[in-house]
Design a protein around this ligand. Structure first.
Ligand code: 5GP
Length: 201
């Protein structure tokens, strides 16, 4: 069976990674969203088990102790983690996995799963990032400043170097085309195709 590919979509908050990820899940077959666990409360419209698995801090801590996360991080005041079973299930069924995770989590996965494909989504400028964050509901000025400070750290060259692709999300439709072609081209990489068709010829 075909071995699934893990696509990691990361970058600063407000860069647009969730929009890109959701759109790819809608457009492409054989691509599954990796459902993370989080200790934050569900937002309106979010479904437990689909958007996230919403768990308590005690449950999260237990999963950390039991080494049930492939990566985990504390992001904007809450814990988030990718369960190992998301990877195992995708591998068993041969589907590709799409992870929408923060930069700390991506760098942990880079160590344990370097063959994953790492995509960094970033805004064209800090000013645009500030504007995008201010347009989001529920962020006060202090929160925006914190996110911008963090974004500056996350976009440091040493971090960006770890990524296979950097998508500058200036025009959404262009960014969508870019991530779409990254996924399609990765699926066509000769080593992956040869592995898949080796018994056919
Ligand atoms: P939100 O709470 O807005 O859905 O997500 C906040 C941040 O946490 C986003 O940057 C999102 O990509 C990140 N995130 C979501 N799930 C995970 C995860 O499993 N691990 C890590 N490290 N970050 C995550």
């Amino acid at each position: 069976m075909r071995k699934g590919i893990a696509f990691i979509v990361s970058g600063p908050s407000g860069g647009g990674k969730t929009t890109l990820a959701k759109s790819m899940l809608h457009e492409l077959d054989n691509l599954r969203f990796s459902v993370s666990c989080t200790t934050r409360k569900p937002r309106e419209g979010e479904v437990d088990g689909k958007d996230y698995k919403f768990i308590t801090e005690a449950e999260f801590e237990k999963m950390v102790q039991e080494k049930r996360f492939i990566e985990h991080a504390f992001v904007h005041g809450h814990y988030y983690g990718t369960p190992v079973e998301e990877f195992e299930d995708a591998e068993k069924s041969g589907v590709d996995l799409l992870l929408d995770i923060d930069v700390q989590g991506a760098s942990q996965i880079k160590k344990s799963c370097p063959e994953a494909i790492f995509c960094f989504v970033m805004p064209p400028t800090f000013e645009i990032l500030r504007e995008r964050l201010s347009q989001r509901k529920g962020h006060g000025d202090i929160d925006i400043d914190k996110r911008l400070t963090r974004a500056k750290e996350e976009m440091a060259p040493a971090i960006l170097e770890e990524y296979d692709f950097i998508i500058i999300n200036d025009q959404l439709d262009e960014a969508l085309k870019t991530i779409h072609s990254i996924i399609i081209s990765t699926r066509c990489q000769s080593k992956r195709v040869l592995e898949r068709i080796k018994d056919n010829f």
